[in-house]
Design a protein around this ligand. Sequence first.
Ligand code: SF4
Ligand code: SF4
Length: 412
Amino acid sequence: MTEPQKTLPIEKLSPKQLMSLDACIRCGECQKWCPIYTLNSVEDVTPRAKIKHLKSILRSQQPGFLRLFKPKADLKVMETFRRTLYDCSCCNQCHFVCPAKLDTVELWENTREGMFIAELGPVPEQRTYCETLKQYGNPYKKEQSARADWVESGLEKGTLLEKPELITDNLAGVLLFLGCTASYDEKINLVSQHAANIMNRAGIDFGILGPEEFCCFGKLRRIGDPDFTDKARANIERLNNLGIDTLVTACAGCYKTLRQDYNKIAQQNYKIYHLSEYIDILLAEGRIRFENPIRGKITYHDPCLLGRHNGIYDQPRRIIQAIPGLELIEMERKRQYSRCCGVGGGLKMANHPLQEEASAYRIRDAEATGAEYLTTPCPTCYSGLAGGIEKVESPLKIYHLAELAAKAMGIE
Ligand code: SF4
Ligand code: SF4
């Protein structure tokens, strides 16, 4: 006997979102720009097709509500939709090119939440990822107590200038919030050390949470796990209770989650900056100086979560341009048209080969500039792009932006 089709909970979509489904004029602009369609030429992954399928599913399951919509959904449509909804990095490119200005990412995320609740999604690897995140508080299955191991290892190697204070021991105005990748991933946790070194040199009264830092749980939201709301609320309460006035995060994913997703859940009593914004301010205020030249041509990758999602385009570029000896050469796809490196939105778990291809594609964009260096201010993009460099055996050398800033300040 065939199992009855599960119903997608329509209440997960706002009335505005439901109406926006009808605002799609099927122009196909999103298809031209979607980084996933560019890779696999599967029309079903495009926003245009996903919107058509979603309308069809909702109409068949909620006949009273969406009478205007035309075709009835069948099992095949649902299967196609389930397969393609997660082949998306939530990069927000489709929103920027859509003449109807559809808020596509919010639509995908709310739909994913409905799919999660109805057990129509996500793909099994993503569900496992969410369970890991909730069980361990990080995606690497590492102990909570190991979260600040980068401090001891940095001090031993001499890469960390001074041991940062724990904010729970000594209240400081500024919390440096590293995020899971910059805390645990040994290939990337130098970012944490560079960030702490820059803060130290600038004379900032800052602290870290160390072993008490926690995951922002942004990936739960991207994948659609409804537990995100409770996790976020608990995090906001903990952060509000610290009494800080400023939070600086080294991660574009944490930044988007705190700035946008948390703000929809509860008030946060602190200002939030991404590290690249903060370094830009320190430079403008003369609290740090770039006196050590770094010679060469460099290109810059805009992380989707900083750029299209938060409008941070100029600050990282000002940092690069302030470094003596560095010449910034832009990629053809830049700023609001920057091509996604594929690591976000849960795509890495849903379709790892596709994510790797996306990262490699972005490396080809970077190579086309003729630059010898590539930089980005996001630890997650950094890891995807570093994988892309390996995959295509590119001669490009990648730097996290904080590393460049530290080098230019003479911190090696
Ligand atoms: S760009 Fe917007 S209006 Fe055009 S097909 Fe895509 S979603 Fe529809
Ligand atoms: S968010 Fe990005 S990857 Fe997802 S459908 Fe839109 S353009 Fe494609």
